[in-house]
Design a binder for this molecule. Structure first.
Ligand code: 5AD
Ligand code: SF4
Length: 466
């Protein structure tokens, strides 16, 4: 741990100097990886003497952790930077910093956009933040945008927000270079942390009382620390505590090995849920995307997974309107949704990104066609999700309670290990409890039920290890 670098001293009535800590406000956009990075930033800044505030107006340092994966994310962030511009005008002493993926993409534009941005730091440069802040306070604007080939934050314990679930970044970057994707350019080459450092962090997470952990990586299942692959790591994490739920994301279909499927099947506390982006149901488009599998490879993989783990829940990502996508390509995507029988899908309109290979392809699918296809994909998936959820009616499933339902104070909400949201009456239970819920009705997004006490010879609640 570094020693605090910055302290302000106020003089007290008896003339003694009193240390006051300064506060930092941070907004995070984009994926869970960015959320995890924000916790690393908070840890670094906390070691430098800063405390987190959730109120912008109380902050000495205001940071925004950005996402560059699609244009609409960037536009939202640019809008927010407009607010910060006015804030800086009103409070010139506040340090404003832009972090994350957008920095790597548009650093020049950000630096040119006016002196209100004091600091620009890319995803591998957060260790420099304390010195960048210090320089900014002395009137020197700072920029740090290097990308590393080795893991930079192995020894930093993120400053986690208290709760039931947390995540842990086990690898960074991506070498896949899907032709639409900016991640290899904004987050750099793929690198994995050592299993030893991940395990140390997992033990710390358990000590802090978390009940669920998600192992994160842009391409999580290609994790390799030289000696251990992702299945080895997953097994080690799951075996630390059978009551800790373990999830992971995002998996690339090409790296979904038989060994990993077997590990998933063999550990009761590894959640039976895989997010497995397919992106398109057309071989021609998949090749243009450089996804390195065919529809038939992918479908065989799903069949194999369902063969080993029949209860598995699967979700996917779909991009619609990739350059040259025809009506027939789109129909093949719809067919694949039906065949794969996903529990859920995240759907996106293709957004051209500078530097990527697809940037040089003509973005030739008109906006209204992209919208139409997106609507059809969403509509189709909604009805598949509804059918999948209705299958649960009449079954009893274990739920980890997350808290009070947003819609009713009398109800709680929680998730199944297959990642389905369940709503049920409180009945004296509290967040963090595992309970069995009998499902009575379902819509495409949520299951509804009541707690079930399962009685054998003597009353026994079904436990996680059973
Ligand atoms: N346009 C639209 N969607 C994209 N994604 C990544 N890049 C783009 C892009 N340029 C989607 C992919 C990926 C998810 C995280 O974001 O579906 O799996
Ligand atoms: Fe982007 Fe493809 Fe890497 Fe995913 S696997 S982060 S879509 S390049």
């Amino acid at each position: 741990m570094c020693l605090p670098l910055f302290h302000y001293y106020n003089t007290t009535s008896n003339g003694k100097k009193m240390q006051t800590s300064r506060s930092i406000y941070i907004e995070t956009y984009g994926c869970q990886m960015n959320m995890a990075d924000t916790e690393i930033v908070l840890s670094i800044m906390s070691d430098a003497g800063f405390t987190r505030t959730n109120h912008l107006t109380q902050a000495d340092v205001v940071l925004i952790n950005t996402c560059a994966v699609r244009d609409n994310a960037e536009q939202r962030i640019i809008g927010r930077l407009g607010d910060f511009y006015h804030y800086k005008k009103a409070k010139p002493d506040v340090v404003i910093g832009v972090l994350g993926c957008m920095v790597e993409r548009v650093r020049k534009e950000l630096m040119d956009s006016g002196a209100f941005i004091d600091i620009i730091a890319g995803p591998d440069e957060y260790r420099k933040l304390p010195s960048l802040v210090e320089a900014a306070q002395n009137g020197v604007r700072g920029i740090a945008v290097g990308l590393s080939r080795v893991e930079k934050y192995d020894d930093i314990i993120p400053l986690r927000t208290k709760g039931l679930s947390t995540w842990i970044a086990i690898m960074r970057g991506c070498d896949n270079f899907c032709t639409y994707c900016v991640v290899p350019f904004t987050r750099g080459r793929e690198r994995s942390r050592s299993r030893a450092s991940v395990m140390k962090e997992v033990e710390d997470i358990i000590r802090q009382g978390f009940k669920e952990i998600t192992l994160l990586g842009q391409n999580v299942n290609s994790y390799c620390d030289g000696n251990h692959d992702f299945s080895d790591l997953l097994a080690s994490v799951a075996d630390v505590d059978k009551n800790l739920r373990v999830r992971f994301m995002t998996s690339h279909p090409r790296d979904m090995s038989d060994k990993l499927i077997a590990t998933l099947a063999s550990r009761t506390n590894v959640c039976k849920y895989i997010h497995l982006p397919v992106q398109s149901g057309s071989d021609r488009i998949l090749e243009l995307m450089n996804r390195k599998y065919t529809v038939s490879n992918y479908s065989n993989l799903i069949r194999k997974i369902r063969g080993v783990i029949p209860e598995i829940s699967l979700s996917t990502d779909i991009i619609t309107g990739f350059p040259t996508e025809t009506e027939d390509d789109h129909k093949q995507t719809i067919d694949l949704l039906h065949e794969s029988n996903y529990d859920g899908a995240f759907t996106f309109k293709y957004s051209p990104r500078k530097n990527t290979k697809a940037w040089s392809m003509k973005d030739d699918v008109p906006e209204e066609v992209k919208n139409q296809r997106l609507d059809e994909i969403i509509y189709t998936q909604r009805s598949i999700s509804l059918d999948r959820n209705r299958v649960m009616i009449g079954r009893t499933t274990e739920v980890l309670i997350e808290g009070t339902s947003k819609k009713s104070d009398a109800d709680l909400c929680g998730r199944t290990d297959t990642n389905k949201m369940v709503i049920f009456p409180k009945n004296g239970n509290v967040a963090g409890d595992y309970i069995n819920v009998r499902i009575e009705r379902a819509n495409s997004a949520t299951l509804f039920g009541t707690q079930e006490h399962v009685f054998h010879q003597s009353p026994v609640l079904i436990t996680r290890e059973s």
